[in-house]
Design a protein around this ligand. Structure first.
Ligand SMILES: Cc1ncc(COP(=O)(O)O)c(C=O)c1O
Length: 383
């Protein structure tokens, strides 16, 4: 059977190939985006897991929007006003997919930063959106380019990851957040705020969501993958109730609802008195790993390369001199370290500036040190 035209347009994922190669035990992988398994709060979930046996109701079909006690908890946690609501999705990735299917017709324009999250490029590609990009700078999107893009293309939405971006780790400044919100209101562009890394801040001050400055023109996607466990497959989508209702309709056709036992388990975790300490533990583990990685990068990388410091998240972005980054990644793999080359994160790969994405959350400090040594050796040979 022939696959659809929209699927034919989606290239096969290079990341999947590199992750498969990186499973070789002699390779240290900085290529994935995995949280460390030792951060999964299984001990904090144990009491609810035990209680599930006495909760037959959660094994029944339930409402598409989500398990009511969890919805109530999140409405309070996110301090949503009465005009807004939250729904549960099967990971924030499903939230993105629901938004694309509910709101995008072929050739509708979606704006993204370049580089951008690969999973969003896939989702918007599948609904045949026309993707326009604006360059990402140190403090977020290039604001002049963003306004010019809004004026020229009249986009339906602007999708972005303002907190500890995947792949660059960039965190938007307060001024950028306010200005982007202002532009979205002025040009009537919906702001899709993807925030899976927001809670993984290990230095600097927490900043408001961009959506706090444009609450009626935005949808926020949150994920429990990095702060609880990705295997739970749970995320939350919030916004004006009239923005959320169409998503619930699409979700009904997609999977009826997300797993209710898993939602009950997540609620037990979020309500556990030790949950705040759990968050502190994750952040300090990742901070220690990040510190080792950035220090090693700063001492070992050739001068022609630049590693950008971050205040949280899971990734460091390293700019390198212009070269064939795919060939470089292959050569690094044969030198025992897996990384992801920048073009895979660009809707127009030919526009990519040469760079590498490095993950620091799923390797030990000793492995990170060794990985940077292999990376620096490989780079010295290649560039
Ligand atoms: C920016 C971004 N959005 C969404 C997701 C998907 O997360 P989830 O596991 O909640 O589906 C990821 C996963 O890595 C991500 O990096």
């Amino acid at each position: 059977m022939e696959i659809s035209q929209s699927l034919r347009r989606i290239p096969s994922s290079y990341i999947r190939e590199i992750l498969a190669a990186a499973s070789d035990p002699s390779v240290i992988s900085l290529a994935g985006g995995l949280p460390d398994e030792q951060t999964f709060p299984i001990d904090l979930m144990a009491p609810t897991l035990a209680k599930l046996t006495e909760m037959p109701r959660v094994f029944q079909y339930d409402s598409t929007a989500g398990y009511a006690p969890l919805i109530k908890h999140l409405t309070e946690r996110f301090a949503l006003p009465e005009t807004h609501s939250v729904m549960i999705s099967t990971g924030s990735q499903q939230g993105l997919d629901l938004i694309a299917r509910a709101y995008i017709d072929p050739n509708d324009v979606v704006v993204m930063e370049a580089p951008s999250y690969l999973g969003a490029m896939q989702v918007f590609g599948l609904v045949q959106a026309k993707i326009e990009t604006v360059p990402q700078c140190e403090f977020g999107p290039d604001l002049a380019a963003l306004e010019a893009c809004f004026k020229a293309h009249k986009p339906k939405m602007f999708y972005a990851v303002p907190d500890f971006h995947n792949p660059t780790g960039v965190c938007w400044s307060l001024e950028t957040r306010k200005k982007v919100a202002e532009l979205c209101i002025q040009y009537q562009v919906a702001f899709i705020e993807d925030a899976p890394y927001r809670e993984l801040r290990f230095s600097g001050e927490a900043l408001p969501l961009v959506s706090d400055f444009c609450p009626n023109d935005s949808i926020v996607l949150r994920s429990f993958s990095k702060i609880a466990s990705p295997g739970l497959r749970l995320g939350a989508v919030s916004g004006k109730s009239s923005f959320i209702a169409p998503l619930i309709k699409v979700k009904q056709g997609a999977d009826l609802h997300s797993s209710v036992p898993m939602q009950a388990l997540l609620l037990g975790l979020l309500e556990h008195e030790d949950f705040p300490q759990h968050m502190e533990r994750i952040c300090s583990l990742y901070q220690a790993r990040y510190s080792v990685m950035i220090e090693q990068l700063q001492t070992q990388l050739p001068n022609s390369c630049k590693a950008y410091p971050v205040d949280g998240g899971m990734f460091v972005w390293v700019e390198i001199p212009a070269c064939d980054t795919f060939e470089l990644a292959k050569s690094l793999l044969s030198n025992g370290v897996a990384v992801v080359p920048s073009p895979v994160f660009y809707p127009q790969p030919e526009q990519a500036r040469a760079a590498l994405r490095l993950n620091f959350t799923n390797a030990t400090e000793a492995e990170l040190t060794e990985a940077v040594t292999r990376l620096a050796q490989g780079l010295n040979q290649y560039i």
